[in-house]
Design a protein around this ligand. Structure first.
Ligand SMILES: [Zn+2]
Length: 301
C-alpha cells in the first residue's frame, strides 16, 4: 500500500540517523528521541499513543531566542527537554490545532498559532484535552508520564508574522490551509528550511473526512489547498527542504510542485485515485504524483 511505503522511508531514515550517532535520549524526558540533522535544529520524535502516527516537534535555536514548533502528544517532560537542549528563551508555535501537535502545550504559558485555528485549539483546552486522544497509559508510558492539564494563553497570528531568533534569523508564518483552516508552516530564512507541519507531508497530506461546518471551513478543501501551495511555490528560492510534522526530515522541495499536480488531478477527476484508505470509521482515497500525495474525501474537494 502506498502509505506504508511512504512511511517506511521515514522509518528507514531514523534507522540510518541512529546508526550515524545523530539520535539521543535525555534523562529528563527519556520517552522522546532527539534527532539532530542540521546545526541549530533538534527534531524531537513524539511517539504515538495509538492515534495520529509518530509526530515531529522541532526546536529551532538562534543566537538570541529559540522556537519550539509543536508540542506532540503531551507524554513526557518536553519542557525540561527543551530547556536542556537550549538555554535561550523559548517561544512555542503550533502548526495547527490537532492533538498530535498540541497536547504538550499544557506545559507552557503561551503558544502561537494561526488565527483560523485559534477557536478549535481553545475548544480543546479542557482537562480531557484531546477527547481521549491520549489514553491514561499505554504501550510505552504510564499515567505519570501524561502531562497534567494546565490552561495556557493562545496568541493568534496572521501569515507573515515573524519570530526573531537573533542575528538576522527569522521564522515566518506561512499559511497553507487545507489539512486544517489555520494550517501553517514556519520558514527559516537562514537555515533555509520550511517547517511545514501537516500542511505538506509525504505520508501523505490528509484532507480527509467530512468538511466541518462553521467559520473558515472553506479553507479545508483541495481547492483552497491548491491556492495556498501556489502562493508558496512563488517562494521556492527561499528554502532548500522541508521538515514536516510527520515522516521524512529534509523532504525535497519538489514536493510543493508535485502536490499542486495532485490537487489538479483530484479536482479534475476525484474518481481517479491510486489507493483506497480506511482511517478509523471513515474511508477515502489516496492520489500520488512524484513526491506529492494526498489522502482525500470527495466532500473535501
Ligand atoms: Zn499530525
Amino acid at each position: 500500500m502506498i502509505i506504508e511505503k511512504q512511511s517506511q522511508m521515514g522509518k528507514d531514515q531514523l534507522v540510518r540517523l541512529r546508526a550515524e550517532g545523530k539520535a539521543a535520549r535525555y534523562d529528563c524526558d527519556p520517552l522522546a528521541e532527539v534527532f539532530s540533522v542540521t546545526d541549530g535544529v533538534y527534531s524531537i520524535l513524539s511517539k504515538s499513543p495509538g492515534m495520529g502516527g509518530d509526530a515531529w516537534m522541532h526546536l529551532v535555536i538562534g543566537t538570541e531566542r529559540a522556537v519550539l514548533i509543536d508540542t506532540g502528544f503531551g507524554i513526557g517532560d518536553l519542557k525540561a527537554l527543551a530547556e536542556t537542549l537550549t538555554d535561550k528563551p523559548i517561544d512555542v508555535f503550533n502548526t495547527h490545532f490537532h492533538g498530535d501537535h498540541t497536547l504538550g502545550n499544557v506545559q507552557f504559558p503561551r503558544v502561537y498559532i494561526h488565527r483560523y485555528d485559534e477557536a478549535p485549539l481553545q475548544a480543546m483546552m479542557t482537562p480531557d484535552g484531546g477527547n481521549g486522544f491520549v489514553p491514561k497509559s499505554g504501550s510505552y508510558f504510564t499515567e505519570a508520564d501524561v502531562m497534567p492539564f494546565h490552561p495556557y494563553e493562545i496568541v493568534p497570528v496572521e501569515a507573515g508574522f515573524t519570530f526573531d531568533l537573533g542575528d538576522g534569523e527569522t521564522l515566518e508564518v506561512v499559511h497553507v490551509p487545507g489539512h486544517s483552516a489555520g494550517c501553517a508552516g514556519l520558514l527559516d530564512n537562514k537555515k533555509r528550511i520550511l517547517f511545514s507541519g501537516d500542511s505538506i507531508c509525504s505520508t501523505p497530506t490528509f484532507i480527509f473526512g467530512q468538511l466541518p461546518e462553521g467559520e473558515y471551513s472553506e479553507y479545508m478543501t483541495i481547492r483552497a489547498y491548491k491556492a495556498g501551495l501556489e502562493k508558496l511555490s512563488e517562494r521556492l528560492d527561499e528554502f532548500d527542504s522541508l521538515y514536516p510534522g510527520h515522516a521524512l526530515l529534509g523532504t525535497p522541495k519538489e514536493i510543493v510542485g508535485d502536490t499542486i499536480k495532485v490537487c489538479d488531478a483530484i479536482i479534475e477527476n476525484p474518481d481517479n485515485y491510486d489507493d483506497v484508505l480506511h482511517f478509523g470509521e471513515r474511508s477515502g482515497f489516496v492520489r500520488k504524483i512524484g513526491w506529492g500525495s494526498i489522502a482525500f474525501s470527495k466532500e473535501r474537494v
